[in-house]
Design a protein around this ligand. Structure first.
Ligand SMILES: *[C@@H]1O[C@H](CO)[C@@H](O)[C@H](O)[C@H]1NC(C)=O
Ligand SMILES: *[C@@H]1O[C@H](CO)[C@@H](O)[C@H](O)[C@H]1NC(C)=O
Ligand SMILES: *[C@@H]1O[C@H](CO)[C@@H](O)[C@H](O)[C@H]1NC(C)=O
Ligand SMILES: *[C@@H]1O[C@H](CO)[C@@H](O)[C@H](O)[C@H]1NC(C)=O
Ligand SMILES: *[C@@H]1O[C@H](CO)[C@@H](O)[C@H](O)[C@H]1NC(C)=O
Length: 205
């Protein structure tokens, strides 16, 4: 079953976004910045120092949610990649190894591991990302699930389409069994999962 879903994950995510979703940047968004790279690096370092003051050594976490911690670690890894540095490699390795046991499969962390892998070329990050992705895949809506309006981990049915597009490729929020009736699909789950799949495919190809 899991293997079948992995194959579906690849198929769905390969093709569905091509015709069901529009991921282009809206033309009215202003994507230019008046700041130079140096100025942005300076800003980032200041922000990092500020947020780091709430680092809790015993937890190995900043006092925020696990998802927010994942975002922070991602930003640090992306930063090191941009400046071609490894200054935060040890801290990130340590952080991830301490956080890992606490993780129910959170797709955001899969993405964090991808960013870390890209920054530091450490295969452990990539393997972790793949594990998280595999754990998360059963929560994805396959093409057949969408057509049938049902999902093996859910005890409620749902519409096959949303805004005229198939709901296939949607990824439910990971829930313990008692929340089996919840159909929540949220951006942090969905976006991170899709980005993770694409990045893993790219890294392994
Ligand atoms: C976009 O932002 C830049 C930098 O802030 C500014 O110089 C420019 O005028 C903006 N362009 C538009 C179309 O608003
Ligand atoms: C963040 O805080 C920890 C623990 O106090 C310290 O070891 C680390 O160097 C700090 N990192 C940054 C980027 O300030
Ligand atoms: C973490 O933040 C919450 C509020 O955001 C606060 O109530 C709590 O005391 C903080 N915990 C620590 C260890 O700082
Ligand atoms: C199709 O959905 C129904 C509930 O509407 C469910 O009982 C059935 O098991 C589903 N079939 C498949 C193949 O998923
Ligand atoms: C689905 O499962 C949950 C948790 O076991 C339960 O509270 C809820 O009543 C179930 N819903 C249906 C429609 O069976």
């Amino acid at each position: 079953m899991t293997l079948m879903r992995l194959v579906f994950a690849l198929l769905v995510l390969w093709f569905v976004p091509l015709f069901a979703q529009d991921y282009s940047v809206p033309s009215q968004w202003n994507t230019s910045s008046p700041l130079s790279l140096d100025q942005r690096i300076h800003l980032f370092q200041g922000a990092l120092e500020a947020v780091n003051t709430s680092y809790d050594e015993t937890q190995g976490l900043i006092n925020m949610s696990l998802d927010e911690n994942a975002n922070l670690v991602s930003a640090i890894a992306i930063f090191d990649r941009i400046v071609s540095g490894r200054d935060n490699y040890d801290a990130i390795s340590e952080h991830i190894s301490r956080v890992r046991p606490k993780l129910i499969p959170l797709s955001m962390w899969g993405l964090t591991e991808i960013y870390s892998y890209r920054a530091y070329s450490d295969n452990l990050f990539l393997l972790d990302a793949k594990t998280i992705w595999e754990q998360y895949t059963p929560w994805m809506i396959t093409i057949q699930d969408a057509e049938n309006g049902s999902h093996p981990l859910k005890n409620v049915t749902f519409p096959s389409q949303c805004n005229g597009a198939s709901v296939a490729g949607g990824v439910f929020v990971y829930h313990e069994d008692e929340k089996i009736g919840s159909l929540a699909v949220i951006a942090s789950t969905q976006g991170a999962y899709m980005a993770c799949v694409q990045a893993i495919r790219y890294a392994l190809s």
